[in-house]
Design a protein around this ligand. Structure first.
Ligand code: ZN
Length: 107
């Protein structure tokens, strides 16, 4: 079972307490964006085998959204961090780099 430490309330949240929110760090397209860019934002998602950055909500706990970095193959959790960030904290990126030296966010 997947367990993620909630960075908002500090609880170790079991999978049954969480609701997935999809890919993290999506950039919303603004006014004047091309149709192709809006389509990409709305419908195209990464589905990598390995390192994934995801949104999760501690729905049956504190109710807050947060972000998690984990491995979709091994289920290893590299860390969780607040939803109001644009990239994983350096300590999480270092943890990922030790396991996946070639990994780059968004690549
Ligand atoms: Zn929580």
């Amino acid at each position: 079972m997947l367990t993620l430490p909630c960075p908002c309330c500090g609880a170790d949240a079991a999978e049954i307490e969480l609701v997935p929110g999809g890919e993290a760090h999506l950039k919303r397209e603004g006014p004047g964006a091309s149709d192709e860019a809006v389509e990409r934002y709305l419908f195209e998602r990464e589905n990598p085998k390995g390192v994934v950055l995801e949104r999760w909500r501690h729905a049956y706990g504190c109710g807050k959204w947060f972000l998690a970095a984990r491995d979709s193959v091994t289920m290893e959790v590299y860390g969780t961090y607040p939803a109001q960030t644009h990239e994983p904290p350096q300590e999480i990126r270092d943890r990922i780099a030790r396991r996946h030296p070639d990994w780059a966010q968004g690549a």
